[in-house]
Design a protein around this ligand. Structure first.
Ligand code: G6Q
Length: 547
């Protein structure tokens, strides 16, 4: 397979950008009153308006031709069939099996994974019911009031994001907390108000080797034992989620209290597995199933919808258009929903750990840009902070705006105001404001002409800034599931176009290795000369100043 930028479809897109870069979205809307009607899609409870992108029908056709050229359809099938498409780790990529509510058999090495998936779901349901009903008690017989999930990366960001997103559904009597950072401030601050006798820890680690998680779990265990004294108490207050039974047992957690998952679930795609246990505890198991159902609906759409009507495929291709042809370096995620406040951080990992790669699946350096920097904050806060740069800065920043028709909190006119801001921002980004318009406004306000002519330059908005708008009726477990799956499949689509493996993460290894070496040196109080002078001096300074 030649590098994608050698394909004629790619080169035609380059030429096409040469024409499109002189176009303005304002003109495209003016020339075609049906534009928004044509450029929208609706599936799995989500409505996507993609008309405010700097594209025409021809752009879409050329992008779709690129998708055909790399056999995107075949790759989607390979994922859904359980083929080992994570080629550097020799693994299947089957988060879709975790939410395969149709129960269609999915074979890995000739074995259907669905019975095991369903067995763990049943185990989760039983456990959640016991905790909620008070049948599961702490060592001293108290009911559990607080759950602390100890995990990091994929074993933290997903459940943390979803618990916040579904907080309106939260069962009031059980509070769920997340500790990830090895910085003791995180654990100590979280545990401070908690009662050990009423606290349940979930140690969530796929590998059960992660330094941060095991260190936090050890300290949490010590905190518990300091209060409850008896090592027997651990079994009442610790459960584990992992793929590794022996390591869980070696840590001192009874494997009977372990929820398993499998190596074909990537960490950043694992919230649908038992890693989602805190979600089920927070909002109830039935809500957790609704989350899976929403994701499944999006999976079915992704697998079966023709590409021109396929939401993740179109969003992925439009992203490619900006990164590879328009030179965008970042992608903003702007949820107009306080409950989605962790979505940008979640997608940061989902996208950047998946597509932040510099070699193809075959190990050949790519000769084009791959994954953009993902960032964002909820609206309207972001408007009073960084939107300035999106509107008038010199970089092209495609942005996704996400909002709901109905809020869980219909307080006075908060929600109409929130959403008016969302719609207004996408309009302003698309239209902009010309010098003449700015000048006319200033003159109409009574400003003298010289001052108006000067200020108008600063009040010009170039516009032509692309956005997607994703609307849902309400943020429910179902629509949230569909939304997350939409982004997962967008990431997949882009990874396939770029010819990279979106499912490994070798880039996180080197720092971990070096941290191990440096920790030994700190503990021995002696820095080795193998380091560069900067690292050596910094570590030496750390050691000396702590003496
Ligand atoms: C995600 C990554 C990574 C992983 C964490 C935690 O795809 O693999 O973020 O989830 O490093 O790993 P463990 O779950 O093994 O502790």
């Amino acid at each position: 397979m030649p590098l994608i930028n050698q394909l004629p479809q790619w080169q035609e897109l380059e030429q096409h950008w040469g024409q499109m870069c002189t176009q303005h979205l304002r003109a495209l809307f003016a020339a075609d009153p049906q534009r928004a009607e044509r450029m929208h899609l609706e599936t799995a409870g989500l409505y996507l308006d993609y008309s405010k992108n700097l594209i025409t029908q021809e752009t879409l056709e050329r992008l779709l031709a690129l998708a055909e050229a790399v056999d995107l359809r075949g790759w989607i099938e390979r994922m859904f069939q359980g083929e080992p498409i994570n080629n550097t780790e020799g693994r299947a990529v089957l988060h879709i099996a975790l939410r395969n509510r149709a129960n269609r058999p999915i074979l890995v090495n000739g074995q259907d994974v669905m019975p095991e998936v369903n067995r763990v779901l049943d185990q989760m349901r039983g456990f959640v019911e016991r905790v909620h009903s008070g049948a599961w008690r702490g060592y001293t017989g108290e009911c559990i009031t607080d759950v602390v999930n100890i995990g990091i990366g994929g074993s933290n960001l997903g459940p943390k994001m979803v618990c916040a997103a579904l907080s309106p559904y939260q069962n009031g009597s059980l509070r769920v907390h997340f500790v990830s950072n090895i910085d003791a401030a995180h654990l100590v601050g979280t545990l401070k108000p908690l009662d050990p006798a009423k606290t349940l820890f979930i140690v969530a680690s796929k590998t059960f080797t992660t330094q941060e998680t095991l260190t936090n779990a050890q300290s949490a265990r010590a905190w518990l034992l300091e209060a409850l004294k008896d090592p027997q108490a651990v079994a009442h207050h610790f459960v584990a989620v992992s793929t590794h039974t022996e390591r869980v047992a070696a840590f001192g957690i009874d494997p009977a209290n372990m929820f398993g998952f499998w190596d074909w679930v990537g960490g950043r795609y694992s919230l649908w597995s038992a890693i989602g246990l805190p979600i089920a505890l927070a909002v109830g198991f039935d809500r957790f199933i609704e989350l899976l159902e929403g994701a499944h609906a999006m999976d079915e759409h992704f697998r079966t919808a023709p590409f021109p009507e396929n939401m993740p495929v179109l969003m992925g291709l439009i992203g490619i258009w900006y990164v590879n042809f328009a030179g965008a370096k970042t992608q903003a995620i702007l949820p107009y929903d306080q409950c989605l406040r962790y979505l940008p951080a979640y997608l940061q990992q989902g996208d950047m750990e998946s597509n932040g790669k510099g070699v193809t699946r075959e190990g050949i350096p790519v000769a084009y840009s791959t994954g953009p920097v993902i960032w964002g904050e909820p609206g309207t806060d972001g408007q009073h902070a960084f939107y300035q740069l999106i509107h008038q800065g010199t970089q092209l920043i495609p942005a996704d705006f996400i909002g709901a028709i109905h809020s869980h909190y219909e307080l006075d006119d908060h929600h109409p105001k929130l959403m008016a801001n969302l719609f207004a921002q996408t309009e302003a980004l698309m239209r902009g404001r010309t010098y003449e318009e700015a000048l006319a406004e200033l003159l109409a306000s009574g400003m003298d002409e010289a001052q108006a002519r000067f200020l108008a330059h600063h009040r010009v908005f170039p516009g032509n800034r692309p956005t997607n708008t994703i609307l849902m009726d309400r943020l429910t477990p179902y629509t949230l599931g569909a939304l997350i799956a939409l982004y997962e499949h967008r990431i997949f689509t882009q990874g396939i176009i770029w010819g990279i493996n979106s499912f490994d993460q070798w880039g996180v290894e080197l720092g971990k290795q070096l941290a191990g070496v440096i920790l030994d040196e700190i503990q021995q109080g002696q820095v080795s000369t193998v380091h560069d002078s900067s690292t050596r001096f910094l570590v030496e300074r750390f050691i000396q100043q702590r003496r």
